[in-house]
Design a protein around this ligand. Sequence first.
Ligand code: NAP
Ligand code: GLV
Length: 313
Amino acid sequence: MKIIFYEQNADLDAWLGGLRRELPDADLRVWEPGDTAPADYAIVWRAPHELFANRPDLQAVFNLGAGVDAILDVERKEPGTLPPNAKLVRLEDTGMAQQMVEYATYCVLRYLRRFDEYDALKREGRWQKLPQHARESFTVGVLGLGVLGGEVAKGLLKLGVPVRGYSRTPKTIEGVQVHAGAEQLDAFLDGVKVLVNLLPHTPDTEGMLNARTFARLARGAYLVNVARGPHLVDDDLIAALDSGQLAAATLDVFHTEPLPPDHAFWTHPRVTVTPHISAETLREESIVQIAGKIRALARGEPISGIVDFRRGY
Ligand code: NAP
Ligand code: GLV
């Protein structure tokens, strides 16, 4: 079988070495512009359109991340970019769920125990005790209950705070109050104190973190966006922070990455910025998962993690 690999920022020796160890019989090469030789599988992250052109033999494209928005956006704008018979397969967890649980847990604890405010007081040299937030009303709402959001919701239960979850279709997660579908969105949002976003970026979810959404949360709520930048209406966040409707936000993803130097988020005292690190693609786990799926496909067996183009994730 022939496999092409493309990831601009990867340690190529390490990736290719691991893939060759798992798939010793594969003919594996790094794709470079101008390479139109046949390939059965592609393993890619943010690949140029050209990589996909004229590849009727391509059976599957493995996306080196959970989010497939970039690749689907190309297909939406230029239909037919992806070979018609190729499955698009996303990473399923591969160590990202634990990273997301850690990131969300840190944010919720930081806000619950007011460490962000103590940091600000310390900068002013002030010794001042603040009243504790009531844990039982410090409701965390997790938007998206998929591979990552589901684990985050379960992980947050351990903090003893009420946890709500929101998905497109109904789910059951013990201890989590689950809402599903657009008609239950307001019930999910009403009174939430920390909103954690783990939705995929699709036409339906773009801009969901907006003024209307913020207005339904508890007064002085917190936002944690670890999904995609276009979920957030940046100006609505600034307005909600300035009005006091939101107390603070932690943002890991942005409309433009790296976040432009003149963006207001850099200097806003109540916005925490991290550079898209909440859950990184772990090489070894990803190699093992992708190689296992390639072996299964080669045997004609079904695999999980296939993206539904119609749903957009
Ligand atoms: P996933 O398994 O596809 O789960 C998506 C969840 O969102 C599902 O529960 C789905 O509902 C729900 N959903 C989708 N569209 C919806 C809508 N219109 N209304 C309500 N719920 C909707 O995705 P995942 O693996 O958990 O990853 C989520 C996202 O995290 C990725 O798409 C990516 O953008 C982001 N991410 C970010 C980083 C980072 O480092 N910042 C790392 C990894 C991933 P159903 O369950 O009903 O289908
Ligand atoms: C990272 O953002 C991913 O989608 O895996």
